[in-house]
Design a protein around this ligand. Sequence first.
Ligand SMILES: [Zn+2]
Length: 335
Amino acid sequence: MRTPSEVAHRQVKRAASAGVGTILVGALLLMPSPGAAPVTVVTTTEDLAALTREVGGDAVQVDAIARGYQDPHFVEPKPSFILKLTRADLLVLVGRDLEIGWLPPLIQQSRNARIQPGAAGYLDASRTARILEVPTGPVTRAMGDVHALGNPHYWLDPDNGRRVAHDLLDTLSGLRPEQAAYLAQRFAAFDKRLADAERQWDAAFAPYRGTKVVTYHRSWSNFAARFGLEVVGYVEPRPGIPPSAAHTRDLVAEMRRLDVHLVIVEPYFDLRTPNAIARDAGAIVVELAPSVGGARGIDDYLSLFEHDLRVLMSAIDRTGGPHHHPQHHHDHHRE
Ligand SMILES: [Zn+2]
């Protein structure tokens, strides 16, 4: 899986040890092979666009369909989206049925053979990602559950971003073999920056691990698993199903029982129910960005995590810190 990145690392090391120096290494990283037209890439989300830019650099021209502040399950199709798809060499989608409500007709209406399912220019980015909550029974969208093929919000674990970036490396190299070395170096540089950032994020967030939260939609399963949040409930009774009075009552009772003081909300949901829940449960509402472009300043994949972790830590501090009920925890362990 890491082979091309290891190759690129070796190439950079060899260049450095041969005395070629950092200037040439930097130049290699900045220049795609001349003469080849950039790959025209359309992604369904801004996260996938950001990852494509990391790997593709000047060898790609990237355009996203949904904006990061929109609910990616429910995007209103526009004729301009079809136009984008008509011109695309490569379509990158989140998959796991995230876009099932709006993307298939757009692909069909584009009449672009390069990006039809099964073609070389159709990349379902979920194929190499670690997917949580995959149903064990027969696949069903019963009761309108929009996560019938597992949790599609997998890009919120940086290691899944790395896996998608690697898949983009393979896919783009297949479409432009002459750019393979350039793309491999871009991936290696991204991989290293991400790993360095993860070490910093882990160190900063360590005191906050174990914090119990409620989230509006089931968007944060991968994020929570990666950074050590404990999600104890959801404002939605099921993914994609709006809040109901009975479910809200139960949730408030559960939050009081478990001492939960944080309700995480995505930017595209009505705040009335979360605010009422927070008021009744003695919690606060915090808005996190589920995507690149979901808040001011989040313009690439790394700044998505930087933003969310910073906002989250500050919110946990405002609730009195992650472990502000030592007596409760003590009692719990004694039971
Ligand atoms: Zn969802």
